[in-house]
Design a protein around this ligand. Sequence first.
Ligand code: SF4
Length: 76
Amino acid sequence: TYIVTDNCIVCKYTDCVEVCPVDCFYEGENMLVIHPDECIDCGVCEPECPAEAIKPDTESGLDDWLDLNRKFASIW
Ligand code: SF4
């Protein structure tokens, strides 16, 4: 899955939301998150993000962000 990380905070471009084929972005007040169970791993959103906030969860050190994306995607 792909996840949204800290560069998204207060960025609020939504180019990524527009290209996602499965609508798995959720919007909070200060950032977006991706629902990790709905993301189909297509990778289309990653280059669209002007803040380079979207990363594959295979990158190291992102466990906390993965948890945060999952948590808020089910609340928002
Ligand atoms: Fe949506 Fe694809 Fe990005 Fe996952 S990788 S959030 S399915 S655009």
